[in-house]
Design a protein around this ligand. Structure first.
Ligand code: ADP
Ligand code: MG
Length: 487
């Protein structure tokens, strides 16, 4: 193909707020239809909007995370259109003075293998503006139903520059966005629940050209794989047109995940079609520098920065940091455990990224047990790792201890005692167990004395069995050698 793809994304993120953008009625998913409504949501005459301060603060945080400029003043505009998803016949949005301008998102492209770090890039943002979500239509054979529960939910629309070059980059962008926004508590970004929705603008141009080609805009991409497949499909479709000497028509297309195809929906509307004008019911918002300072102090560390820190500060490999840092529940858990036992960071990372994940996945049929339901406290995990690091129990037994901790939430010390894993068995007991093992196998004893070092292994199994695995292998070997040497 002699063409390269250019992609720009418009991502709508539902902000996690208790109430809606311009009224106090609750936000929510899954409530009975049209129960989360009031006169403002229904656009009844005389109802006036009141700003949700939390939504504004959450949006500012997004800008701060991605180093956007937060203009001192942003304002509200009406985007006018007539469609049953909006009873007011307009959507309140921000047209020419958005809350965030510019900025960039660090992304990681897929590595050569799952355990190898991929290349990093920065994707420039154009802007992010706040608006209200609309209602949801369900079309039947003879009629259509509308549910306004979602209407008025705060949405932040994040717009990228046309700088992405492949479906993989678009997916990496969405993943990075999700990781950062969930870590900061801004949104749960669950695409299946519509908390993160994405339109993809795709165009092609001759390789090396700096002029943008005609684009189409893909809608109805409601999963990560939908985004990937729709972009790949569109690149193939446009390149076939261009290679035949044809022209791409600027239009909005609807992706159909079931058929794996997109179809033309409508010609692309221009901004003037919406008759934007400032909303006379809402004053512009002035954001003082002190607010920015306060909000900046509440931000978590950026995901990839944290990953680089873990790598240099704790010497953790990518296989561990990519599990821990890419899930804020895990990194918070890890941090809390390390605070209890700073020298044990490496061991803790191993347990968090491996053993704990294994238990979480075994605990439920599908997916993972949510971290909030994990009974092991970070301090208890730190305690277990300290015991293992101190050589007091074997790693094998520690796994069993962890399983019991996971099931019961009890402290490791009690479990170790109960399971009899305590390696501080008194040495006279260990000594007599070893002697019995040697007496029980005179052939192996003779072989060892004749110089076959491997014969020592014949005794280890029986001794381990007799001590129920709590014996320290190194100590056992030492005792056996002494006994066999006739001491
Ligand atoms: P709208 O879709 O509302 O008209 P814009 O024109 O600002 O808004 O563009 C929206 C998105 O489309 C942005 O993410 C932008 O980067 C992207 N975009 C614009 N032109 C192109 C193009 N020729 N090819 C690919 N993406 C584009
Ligand atoms: Mg658009």
């Amino acid at each position: 193909m002699n063409y390269e793809a250019v992609i720009g994304l418009e991502v709508h993120v539902q902000l996690k707020t208790r109430s809606k953008m311009f009224t106090r009625v609750a936000t929510g998913f899954g409530a009975a239809p049209n129960t989360l409504v009031d006169p403002v949501i229904l656009g009844l005459p005389g109802a006036l909007p009141v700003l949700n301060r939390h939504a504004i603060e959450q949006s500012i945080k997004v800008g701060l995370i991605f180093e956007s400029t937060i203009p001192e003043v942003c304002k509200w505009d009406r985007k006018n259109y007539w469609y049953p998803d909006s009873p007011k016949n307009y959507q309140i949005t921000q047209y020419d003075q958005p809350i965030c301008v510019g900025g960039s998102v660090e992304i990681e492209l897929p590595g050569a293998a799952r355990n190898i770090m991929g290349e990093h890039r920065y994707i420039q943002l154009t802007r992010a503006h706040l608006e209200e979500d609309v209602g949801k239509l369900t079309h039947g054979d003879n009629d259509s139903l509308v549910d306004y529960n979602r209407a008025g939910t705060p949405l932040l629309e994040i717009v990228t520059e046309p700088v992405l070059t492949s479906a993989e980059e678009a997916v990496a962008f969405l993943n990075s966005l999700r990781m950062h926004l969930t870590a900061a508590g801004i949104s749960d970004c669950d695409m299946e629940k519509g908390q993160m929705r994405c339109d993809a603008n795709v165009s092609l141009r001759p390789i090396g050209s700096s002029v943008l080609g005609t684009r189409t805009e893909m809608k109805n991409l409601n999963s990560i794989s939908g985004v990937k497949n729709a972009i790949e499909y569109e690149i193939r479709r446009q390149s076939r047109i261009l290679e035949r000497g044809g022209q791409v028509v600027q239009e909005t297309r609807r992706w159909d995940a079931d058929s794996g195809m997109s179809t033309a929906m409508r010609g692309k509307e221009d901004a003037h079609d919406y008759r934007y004008f400032p909303d006379p019911d809402l004053l512009p918002v002035r954001i003082p520098p002190a607010t920015l300072q306060r909000l900046r102090a509440e931000l978590p560390e950026a995901v990839f920065e944290q990953q680089r820190r873990y790598q240099s500060q704790y010497d953790l490999p990518y296989t561990l940091t990519s599990v821990i840092c890419y899930d804020h529940h895990l990194s918070k858990y890890f941090e809390a455990a390390v605070a209890e036992y700073p020298e044990g960071a490496k061991g803790i990372a191993n347990y968090v990224a491996n053993e704990l994940q294994r238990e979480r996945s075994a605990a439920v049929g599908e997916g993972m047990l949510p971290m909030e339901q994990v009974k092991i406290l970070p301090a208890q995990l730190a305690q277990l790792v300290r015991i293992v690091d101190g050589g007091k129990i074997t790693k094998q037994n520690a796994k069993e201890v962890l399983s019991t901790m996971f099931a019961t939430g009890a402290d490791p010390v009690g479990i170790i005692r109960e399971l009899g894993f305590d390696q501080t068995t008194d040495s006279s007991e260990l000594e007599s167990i070893c002697r019995e093992a040697v007496d029980a196998n005179p052939v192996a004893a003779e072989q060892f004395r004749a110089g076959q070092a491997k014969a020592l292994n014949s005794f280890i199994g029986p001794v381990m069995k007799a001590t129920k695995g709590k014996g320290n292998p190194a100590v056992i070997q030492e005792i056996l050698r002494r006994i066999l040497a006739g001491q």
